[in-house]
Ligand binder design. Structure first.
Ligand code: NAD
Length: 730
């Protein structure tokens, strides 16, 4: 065995210790499943073995399943991928059911061997599904541990019995937050919710599990659902208390997913149907729904972007081959909104920070942002005074450039003004080591031109964060014309240290993310100006799967920023600029002081506390033509194509070098319909031919901005796709 180890002690207790070599976290592989089965078989066959403990040799139990397994099951099955998946999933059910029944006689329910799970830390996905099949679950009292089933977040659902076991154990209502939202709980909360059985001091974990195994009776091994007359907590679907649960859950799913995520509905169907039949049949139903979800192009696209490719990018898929460039000391120039956030995430990653602003007071104000975050975390029990002191101790505030000495990375986040940026670049470069990398967090200024202020443009790069820095997962790295490989490697190593997801793009107006977001927002504002109902625009975006509508997004990013960008773009493009109609709406809001969330008025109304209310009536009064409304599909197509075409152009022009970055960046950067896997995956789902048809129609009616690219036409003609065959590896 290489991933799980089997040993029997003098008291006849077998321990199966999961410990995948060279990994900090256990992840289930094909070999792992085989080894688990071999361990269980050995324990059940050996008369000297009285019971089993399944545990981990690492600080955590397991992070989940390697989702590549699912892709492989499907691909290996050739012409009949659904059958391949179903058979593979049923094989997992057979294994976990073997653990659950533990060799007992099914009639008398006697003679089984007790099997306990002992979880030292985090147990997610199949890392919880295996324990749920055991007879008792022990968890160490580990504050960092998280226990849950997060599958729904990557577009699937717990398909190794977790859906069925948890809903039968807790009842559909109580299981819903764990299954439908993928919520993970700390051990004490998981116990209170009934997910696990015992929380014990870490040092006692194995002894507590062993004592239980040695003392367990036959009756302790029989799962409630294997007992006659078991009543599901909260009631079965066709019972007075159960019925409203499912009506409510069905409505809630639709309210949250707008009908675009197949997994949530399939999960609910598996629970609903499963609760009406015997347990073994319920597992089979779960397997069928799971197969159907895995066969849905949305699920494969989500797994591909949010699991496989996101992981690959985080591990440095596009990192140049240069030695380790991890950052030890970062200088952050400008302690405003962005600089404050960058300091916090850097210090939280254990990197020493020098935070510089024009005055020490201004720098201190930036540092206070970290204090605020940490105070909140302490209040919620997620941090301690000691940790706060340690983190704040990592951030030195200053207005003196001499303090930047020894920084191996500088990130400037001063005002968006080339002259100010040039000044701070020169001043910093005068004191930092020759080898240091200098990065700009600019959102609009070309890196190549900013690099002119640098003495070493090959060490100058863009590291573009999104706001708020501590929440947004994406970081866009921008190569200027002269940026060298070491600067790229350093930026990637830094992004990895702060545990965000990087994409690397070339220098062009608005880089990648903003380049796509701006036309999307503009299209929505243009529709307001044309007289389209604002609510139709917002709802159409949600029907496309966006977490928030474009007008709300506009309020979040602020109207004045939109006005600033509009003016700068018009100045840069001259006669080629064609957005005056939409700008009229933006300028009116601006003139009326409706600057978005920050002024508690924008496209939406807000109450005193800043809670968002209805769309501003002024939009309808000034522009809407209620009697002349487009179809929902037309609005959806305009919103999607405005950004997707821009993504394709970015690829054609070489701004994007890798479609994986285009897809992952879109989902993490601006919430692009996660169900679709990103703009390129979406185009693969609808097909290039259909995409060109939509563009041709929109171009004829709304103008050249919707013109399909030559590359799309070629793909439509040849039947090619962005990703190879419908497989989950890029
Ligand atoms: P901000 O106005 O909140 O902060 C800028 C800070 O820089 C201020 O604290 C100011 O005192 C300081 N500063 C200005 N000139 C300085 C100098 N010569 N020396 C030292 N400090 C100086 O701005 P922000 O929103 O944090 O944006 C900063 C940068 O980040 C800009 O380039 C902006 O384009 C970019 N950016 C902003 C966002 C966003 O959403 N706000 C997102 C991505 C990138």
């Amino acid at each position: 065995m290489t991933e799980l180890h089997y040993a029997v002690d003098a008291d006849g207790v077998a321990t199966i210790t999961w410990d995948v070599p060279e990994k900090s976290m256990n992840v289930m592989s094909f070999e792992g499943l085989q080894e688990l089965e071999a361990g269980i078989d050995a324990a059940l066959a050996d008369d000297a073995v009285k019971g089993v403990i399944i545990t981990s040799g690492k600080p955590d139990f397991a992070g989940g399943m390697d989702l590549n397994i699912l892709a492989k099951m499907r691909d290996d099955a050739g012409d009949n991928p659904a059958q391949g998946l179903f058979d593979g999933i049923m094989a997992m059910h057979v294994l976990l059911r073997k653990i659950e029944l533990a060799g007992m006689d099914r009639k008398t329910q006697k003679g089984g061997k007790p099997i306990a799970a002992a979880l030292p830390g985090t147990a997610m996905g199949i890392g919880l599904e295996i324990p749920l099949a055991c007879h008792r679950i022990f968890a160490a009292d580990n504050a960092k541990a998280r226990i849950g089933l997060p599958e729904i977040k990557v577009g699937i659902f717990p398909g190794a019995g977790g859906t069925t076991r948890l809903s039968w154990k807790l009842g559909a209502m109580a299981a819903a937050p764990l299954l439908l939202e993928g919520r993970a709980l700390a051990p004490a909360k998981a116990k209170a919710a009934g997910v696990i059985d015992e929380v014990v001091p870490a040092a006692d974990l194995l002894s507590a599990a062993k004592a239980w195994v040695l003392g367990a009776s036959d009756a302790d091994l029989v799962k409630p659902w294997d007992k006659k007359g078991y009543k599901i907590p909260g009631g079965a679907p066709y019972s007075a208390p159960g019925f409203p649960t499912f009506v409510g859950a069905s409505a809630m799913i639709h309210a949250n997913t707008w009908g675009v995520y197949p997994a949530a509905k399939a999960l609910l169907s598996a629970v609903y149907e499963g609760l009406q039949v015997p347990f073994d049949t319920a597992l089979k139903i779960e397997a069928r729904w799971f197969t159907s979800v895995l066969m849905n192009p949305s699920s494969s696209a989500m797994i591909r972007s949010l699991f496989v490719n996101k992981g690959a990018l985080e591990k440095g898929a596009n990192r140049p081959d240069v030695p380790d460039e991890r950052v030890k000391k970062v200088g952050v120039l400008g302690a405003g909104m962005m600089g404050a956030g960058i300091s916090y995430v850097s210090a939280a990653a254990g990197i020493e920070v020098v935070l510089l602003d024009a005055s020490v007071e201004a720098a201190e104000k930036g540092k206070a942002y970290s204090t605020g975050i940490l105070d909140k975390a302490i209040k919620r029990g997620r941090s301690t005074e000691d940790k706060k002191a340690a983190l704040l101790g990592m951030i030195k505030t200053t207005s003196d450039y001499a303090d930047l000495e020894g920084c191996d990375l500088i990130i400037e986040a001063v005002f968006e003004d080339p002259a100010v940026k040039a000044e701070v670049t020169a001043k910093a470069e005068a004191v930092i080591p020759d080898t240091a990398i200098f990065a700009s967090n600019t959102s609009t200024l070309p890196i190549t031109s900013l690099a002119q202020a640098s003495r070493r443009p090959e060490q100058f790069i863009g590291i573009h964060f999104f706001s708020p820095v501590d929440k947004m997962l994406l970081v866009e790295i921008i190569k200027g014309a002269q940026t060298g490989a070491r600067a790229v490697a350093k930026s990637l190593d830094y992004v990895r240290q702060i545990r965000k997801t990087p994409i690397v793009v070339n220098d062009a107006r608005f880089f990648y993310a903003n380049r796509c977001i701006i036309p999307y927002i503009n299209e929505s504002v243009r529709m307001v100006a044309e007289g389209v109902e604002p609510a139709l625009i917002e709802n159409a975006a949600k029907l496309c799967g966006f977490p928030l509508g474009p007008l709300q997004l506009n309020d979040e990013t602020s109207i004045d920023l939109g006005v600033k960008i509009a003016k700068a773009t018009k100045a840069a493009l001259g006669n080629a600029y064609d957005n005056d109609e939409a700008d009229a709406v933006l300028f009116k809001l601006f003139d009326e002081g409706r600057l978005g969330r920050k002024t508690k008025s924008g496209f939406y109304e807000y109450d005193e506390k800043g809670k968002r209310g209805a769309l501003w009536q002024g939009l309808r009064d000034n522009w809407t033509k209620p009697d002349n409304q487009p179809s929902v599909d037309e609005v959806k197509n305009r919103l999607m194509m405005a950004q997707v075409l821009e993504a394709v152009r970015a690829l054609d022009e070489g701004v994007l070098e890798d479609i994986r970055e285009g897809d992952v960046g879109a989902i993490l950067g601006w919430g692009f319909a996660p169900w679709s896997g990103g703009p390129f995956s979406w185009l693969d789902i609808i097909g290039a031919k259909r995409a060109v048809e939509i563009c041709d129609d929109l171009e004829a009616r709304f103008g050249a901005r919707f013109q399909a690219t030559q590359s799309m036409r070629e793909m439509a003609a040849s039947g090619k796709r962005f990703y190879g065959k419908a497989s989950s590896a890029a």
